[in-house]
Design a binder for this molecule. Structure first.
Ligand code: G3H
Length: 478
């Protein structure tokens, strides 16, 4: 794919001035795949938010059916443009074509479910009167209203889906949106800004800011016209956003160190299959990836054997060449960090049955055994295709290792004793526990979130809508 010039929508305008651009390089061949008009100054950003606030005063009064129609038009456009869009995803983040298409389908489904849920929420306001509570002479009617300007900041790993899951609930509720895609994801971000415009959002409801976070990030997250922030990305940036915005709602989806706890009575073959899928899909570059295995020492060797067999089955190759399980990682920095963690684990006695091998941005998948809590990889988020395996004698040790993590996203428990799994679940400092399955954000209708360094607030279709609205109460008094 040749470098392409991408226009971008900022408020009412389609920007096509290419005198100052962000170049996006592909992790596949390191060539420029897109150049996009870039925002550079604080003043430009201030104007964008000011205009988004002005547009909000109009848009909040646009009838729900029109908002719905525009979002459905957007779905149709995503469907029509699936081939072009999925190619952009492949080149921009090295996700395979099959996975890119899945992401598009999931996003369309997400928007439709968001519309349905919003309708349900709006149809049933909370009414509190004497018939339900001791509120003599009063009838309180509580409804939802949009907040204003929602700032959405999305990561590289789901450049479409994790944008849509912020933009759709904001727009259906009557908020306007300013969004900033990750640098690796900016081609997708600008491409969909034009689709949103074509779908009907051409009156300033949507603005896409393109630029380097390191250059303009501070100006974006610190603006008085922002009413709510939804961010997915690193824990460090998330904390900064939370500190600068203590008086507005902030939803953060950050890092994770999800463990798979394997008990001695688990179906080990099936557990290994699910763990390998959970750990290595999209090269381990998912917040919900399985990032460590905690296994009962009595079944450790058997589990390692099954995990090795599953790793052996993984196909490896460039994302543009086929539907491979392991493709190019997003950047050399992350790849090198994985090698550094591997080396540190080796120095601390860990071993692997796989060859440690790298080809360009592709890091071959590795399971590390003999890992102890002395190894950095027992704690640090690798965000890559390296899976540490730690054994335990008593379940309390595994629980302790889970809970000592700085992260608190999800945990998986593999066992045939569901009662015990539920008991363990009650002791874990995470938001979601998956019994006999790897961690994941979906199904998207489920509430999803993290605690500690994994996040703040809840997402999921219904929760995202609620987080982008405020409650308005009208109290009638007799
Ligand atoms: O990377 C973070 C995503 O929210 C993970 O989503 O579990 O659907 O892959 P997923």
């Amino acid at each position: 794919m040749d470098g392409k010039l991408y226009k971008v929508v900022v408020g009412k305008k389609i920007i096509n001035d290419f005198s100052y651009v962000l170049h996006v390089f592909s992790p596949i061949n390191h060539q420029i795949i897109g150049s996009i008009p870039r925002v550079r100054t604080k003043e430009q950003i201030e104007i964008i938010f000011k205009n988004a606030k002005l547009a909000f005063h109009e848009y909040r009064n646009v009838d729900f059916h029109i908002r719905k129609k525009w979002l459905l038009n957007f779905c149709d456009l995503l469907k029509q443009k699936w081939d072009e869009l999925s190619n952009i995803i492949v080149w921009e983040i090295a996700k395979t074509k099959v996975e890119a298409i899945k992401e598009i389908d999931r996003s369309i489904e997400y928007i439709k479910l968001t519309i349905e849920e919003y309708e349900k929420i709006m149809k049933s306001p909370l009414i509190i009167d004497e018939s339900v509570h001791n509120v003599k002479g009063k009838t309180g009617i509580f409804t939802y209203e949009p907040l204003g300007v929602v700032l959405a900041i999305s990561p590289f790993n789901y450049p479409l889906n994790l944008l849509v899951s912020k933009i759709a609930p904001a727009l259906i509720s009557g908020n306007t949106v300013v969004y900033k895609p990750a640098t690796q994801g900016s081609c997708v971000g600008s491409f969909i800004s034009l689709l949103l415009y074509e779908a009907g959002f051409k009156n300033g409801e949507v603005s896409c800011i393109i630029g380097k976070g390191s250059e303009i990030g501070d100006f974006i997250i610190d603006n008085p016209n922002i009413s709510m922030i939804s961010f997915t990305g690193s824990s460090d940036v998330g904390k900064k956003i939370a500190m600068k915005n203590s008086l507005i709602p902030v939803i953060l989806e950050l890092g994770g160190k999800d463990a798979a706890i394997v008990l001695k009575d688990a179906n080990l073959k099936l557990s290994a299959k699910k763990i390998v899928k959970g750990a290595f899909s999209f090269n381990g570059q998912r917040c919900t990836g399985i990032k460590r295995v905690l296994v009962d020492v009595s079944v450790e060797q058997k589990l390692i054997k099954y995990i090795d067999e599953e790793i052996e089955k993984l196909t490896i190759g460039s994302a543009i060449k086929g539907n491979f399980d392991i493709t190019e990682m997003i950047d050399i920095k992350t790849l090198k960090n994985n090698l550094y963690l591997l080396l540190d684990a080796y120095k601390n006695g860990a071993r692997t049955n796989q060859k440690i091998k790298r080809k360009g941005n592709i890091l071959f998948p590795v399971a590390l055994h003999n890992v102890t809590t002395k190894c950095k990889i027992a704690w640090d988020e690798q965000f890559g295709p390296v899976l540490p395996i730690i054994s335990f004698n008593e379940i309390e040790q595994a629980i302790d290792i889970c809970n000592k993590s700085q992260y608190g996203l999800q945990t998986s428990i593999f066992t045939s004793n569901i009662k015990l799994a539920k008991k363990i679940a009650s002791t874990l400092d995470v938001v979601t526990i998956n019994i006999n399955e790897s961690s994941s954000r979906g199904p998207d209708i489920f509430p999803f979130g993290g605690i500690k360094d994994s996040g703040k607030g809840m997402q999921g279709i219904k929760e995202a809508i609620i987080s982008m609205n405020k409650i308005k109460g009208v109290i009638e008094n007799e």
